[in-house]
Structure formats: C-alpha cells, structure tokens
Design a protein around this ligand. Structure first.
Ligand code: SAM
Length: 260
C-alpha cells in the first residue's frame, strides 16, 4: 500500500476549518436519502459533513493513495468511485432523482468539469462548489464588467450562478496562492432556444477575440466585411464591443449572422 503524500498536481489543498465545511454543506440543502456527488473527497472532511445529512453519497477520487484512508473511514457509507471525474461515464451514476454536487474542486479541472455539468445540467438540481475566487467572479459577472466574458455567458446560459462567500488561503493545508470562493449553480429552467448552439458560442468567442476591439473588427473572423456592412446597425450596432452585450443581444447578433 503506497503512503499518502500530498500532490499539488492534483490540486490537493485540504480544508481544515470545520465551520467552512459546515457552511458549504448547508448551502446544498440536502434532504434525507437524496443522491449527492462529491468530487475529490481527499481525506474526507467534507464527506463526513455530507454524511450527517443521511444522503446517498457517491465520491469520485483520482488519487489511489487516498483510497485506503477513505475506505477505512467510511467503508460502505459511501460509494467510492476510483476514477478521474472527467473520464468517468457519468450516465452510469445518474439516478432517477436529480442529483446534487458538492465539492471543494481541484482547481485545475474547474472549467472542463463545469462544462461537463452544463452538458448534463438537467440531471442536477443544485451544484455547490469551491473554486478560485477569480473564476467565481467571472462566472457571475454581468455585461459591461471587466470580469464578463464567454465563461460568464456560458455558465449563465445553463445555470443561475450565485457567489456565496469568499474563503481565504489559511484555512487550507497547504494554503493555495489565491483566494477561493464558494458558488452555487442552479440549472436554469427556461433558457432561450438556440437552433445552432455551436455557432452561437463561436459568435460569442469571436466577439471577445480582442477585447478592446469593436464587434465589426472581431467579427471579420466569421464573415466578410460586405456581410457585416449589411447588419452594421441592425439589430446591434457593430461599433460596440462584445463585452457590452447581454445574452439577449448576443442572441440577436447570432441570429442576424446566421441569416446572412
Ligand atoms: N474534499 C477535500 C477537502 O476539502 O479537504 C479535498 C479537496 S482537494 C481541493 C481536491 C481533491 O480532488 C483531491 O483529493 C484530489 O486528489 C482530487 N482530484 C484531483 N483531480 C481529480 C479528478 N480529475 N477526479 C477526481 N478527483 C480528483
């Protein structure tokens, strides 16, 4: 059996403050027997708190040196999946009932993980995760703010994100270099239909290509200058910058580009 050594490469910053752990678990409003996923249980500080809610807990952990620790501590009380959460076959673990996710995420997988949750957003009722503060601010940012970008639009398209609270580095071992934050993501019920979602996100990414440039400049990556001339003021003034457009305005712009 290999001995446990903390690995930075796996984002192993373990929580030490039980009050913070309790606050995170409380935000998830877990009911008895509800199916819950924890990503990266580590040594199990959050796991213990989640089990106090008598939920059906599935924990995904990648570090094999943690398995014996978790098995000894929790035995059959948890369903331990010894796999990379990004590589696991999620469908296999979906339940009839919608799931909740609660985690102190390994920060290096934040974006791919949240995009995967977005892809299956109808399977989840609530996601409560600790991530880097800077990323949490980007997820929650509104049009016109400096943190606003494709990540804000994507996450807000699938979820109603809420910045819950900031967590300082000293409550982790080892302390990370940056502040962290807990956010909750509630899958959005009535999101606008997008016929060609792939093209919509291309429009968004392209509009933010060079942040300080006007739309008419950035969008040249997508279509001809002649085409852009046809829609220069209608429905969106192409002298504006991408960072000023709301989701509804991006949808108008995407529809206009699509119709060219
Ligand atoms: N939950 C514990 C805590 O709060 O103290 C540990 C959190 S630590 C930030 C992240 C955990 O995720 C580590 O246990 C790490 O081994 C695990 N991990 C890292 N990458 C993972 C992946 N791709 N899939 C599953 N677990 C992963």
């Amino acid at each position: 059996m290999s001995e446990f050594k903390q690995k930075k490469s796996l984002g192993q910053h373990f929580l030490t403050d039980k009050n913070i752990v309790a606050k995170i678990a409380k935000l998830a409003e877990i009911e008895k027997d509800e199916p819950v996923w924890e990503i990266g249980p580590g040594k199990g500080i959050l796991t213990t708190e989640l089990l106090a809610y008598n939920c059906q807990l599935t924990c995904f952990e990648l570090d094999r040196t943690l398995f014996p620790i978790l098995e000894e501590k929790f035995g059959k009380k948890i369903n331990l999946v010894k796999q990379d959460i990004l590589k696991a076959d999620w469908q296999q673990y979906f339940a009839k009932q919608k799931l909740k996710i609660v985690a102190n995420l390994p920060y290096q997988i934040t974006s791919p993980f949240l995009f995967k949750v977005a892809q299956f957003s109808q399977q989840f009722s609530l996601v409560v995760v600790m991530i880097q503060k800077e990323v949490a601010k980007r997820i929650q940012a509104g049009a016109g703010s400096k943190d606003y970008g494709p990540l804000s639009l994507k996450m807000q398209y699938y979820f109603e994100p809420k910045y819950q609270f900031t967590v300082k580095p000293h409550v982790f071992v080892p302390p990370p270099k940056v502040d962290s934050a807990v956010i909750s993501l509630k899958p959005r019920e009535n999101r606008p239909e997008l016929e060609d979602e792939k093209f919509f996100w291309r429009v968004v990414e392209t509009a933010f290509g060079q942040r300080r440039k006007m739309l008419r400049r950035n969008l040249r990556q997508l279509t001809s200058q002649e085409n852009l001339f046809k829609i220069q003021n209608n429905p969106i003034d192409l002298r504006r910058r991408g960072e000023t457009l709301s989701e509804a305005e991006f949808i108008q712009l995407y529809k206009a580009l699509k119709s060219l």
